[in-house]
Each structure stands twice: as structure tokens, then as C-alpha cells.
Write a protein that binds this ligand. Structure first.
Ligand SMILES: [Fe+2]
Length: 205
């Protein structure tokens, strides 16, 4: 997975249009995460950590969109289609189904903790790979501040996950499902990249 993703990212960072589309895709997913976190609040629940978490995810969405705009190219993104746009929804739904058989876990809290935990884990890994490729090609921006916040969220969610006391089996099922979602996304990006490269070859004089 590492190799496939880095190969796609290497093409992306060397091409403004591909990079703008990828940044816009990340912004969309971050924004979706921020909105989901806000939905776990109620009118009277203004838990500080939840507010901070939502605010930071919204800042990540802003950061990625701002970097995409700075490239000054059209931002149509080949990287997300309908299925990939529902990444977080699909994961959350799968987790809700798993938790429905665990009578000891409150579904709402469990969904928040687990969806966030597995997404943070993936985001930390993805952004670490992306950061390495960005640095290797001298990109004018860095993901260090975003990575610091994602690692902080991950630590917090890891502690909350421990308190849920879930079975190893359920944790493995969720982890495997998330890996399937991510593998599908990378495979989609590989296909789209090949299409873009083929189109360009055809147009080349
Ligand atoms: Fe984030």
C-alpha cells in the first residue's frame, strides 16, 4: 500500500492540477469529518475537547483548500467519486452495525470514538507519506502543524477507545473494513491517474 500510494503522490506533487485536485479532495474529507464531529454535540453539550476537535478539523479543511487555491488552477478533482466521498459515512455505518451487537457500549459515543480513532489513524499515516513526498519535491507548504494536531487527536481517541472495552474481534473487523475502504481509494486514484496520463499522451504533439 505504501508503494502504491507514494507512486500516485509522486505524480500529484509534480503537477499543479493534480495537486490542486488532491488538496481539494483532502479538504472535502476534512470538512466532512468536522461536520460529523459537530453532529455528535447536542445543544447543551459543549464539551471542550469535542469543540476543539471540530475546530481543528475545520482548520485542516481550510488549510488544504487554501493551498489548493494558491496553485491558481481549476480544481476539478479526479480523486473522489461518489463512493469515495462516502468514505466516512460508510465507516461510521459499519461501526454502528458492529456496536449494535455490543450491549455494553453506548452506540452514539462508541461511533464517535471509533470512527474518529480509525480516521485519525489513517490521516496520520496518509499525511506522513504525503509530507515525505512534498518535502522531497520542495513543496512550498508543509503538513507538520496538521500532523501534530492529528497525532494529538489520535492519542486522545486511543485512550477513549481503551475505555470502551471492545472485543479484539470487533476491533479487528473495523480495522479490516477501514483498510478495505482505503485500499479501494488508492486503487481508484491509480486508475484515474492512468486515465489522466493516457489523455495527456493522446493530446501531446
Ligand atoms: Fe484533520
Amino acid at each position: 500500500m505504501d508503494v502504491e500510494l507514494k507512486e500516485v503522490l509522486t505524480h500529484i506533487v509534480q503537477d499543479s492540477r493534480l495537486q490542486a485536485g488532491f488538496l481539494a479532495a483532502l479538504s472535502e474529507l476534512e470538512n466532512c469529518g468536522a461536520k460529523k464531529i459537530m453532529r455528535y454535540q447536542t445543544r447543551s453539550n459543549t464539551d471542550l475537547s469535542l469543540l476543539q476537535h471540530a475546530a481543528e478539523e475545520a482548520r485542516h479543511a481550510y488549510f488544504f483548500q487554501k493551498q489548493a487555491c494558491k496553485l491558481g488552477v481549476p480544481m476539478s478533482s479526479p480523486w473522489l467519486d461518489g463512493r469515495r466521498r462516502r468514505y466516512l459515512d460508510r465507516l461510521e455505518l459499519f461501526i454502528a452495525r458492529c456496536l449494535s451487537s455490543e450491549s455494553s457500549v453506548a452506540t452514539r459515543e462508541g461511533c464517535y470514538v471509533l470512527t474518529t480513532y480509525y480516521i485519525e489513524k489513517r490521516a496520520t499515516w496518509l499525511y506522513t507519506c504525503y509530507e515525505e513526498v512534498l518535502a522531497a519535491y520542495g513543496a512550498p507548504f508543509s503538513l507538520q502543524s496538521i500532523l501534530r494536531e492529528e497525532v494529538g487527536h489520535l492519542d486522545e481517541m486511543e485512550q477513549m477507545k481503551q475505555k470502551l472495552g471492545l472485543s479484539t474481534e470487533i476491533k479487528r473487523e473495523i480495522q479490516d473494513f477501514e483498510l478495505t475502504l482505503f485500499t479501494e481509494w488508492v486503487s481508484h486514484m491509480q486508475d484515474r491517474l492512468q486515465e489522466v496520463l493516457r489523455e495527456r499522451k493522446k493530446k501531446a504533439p
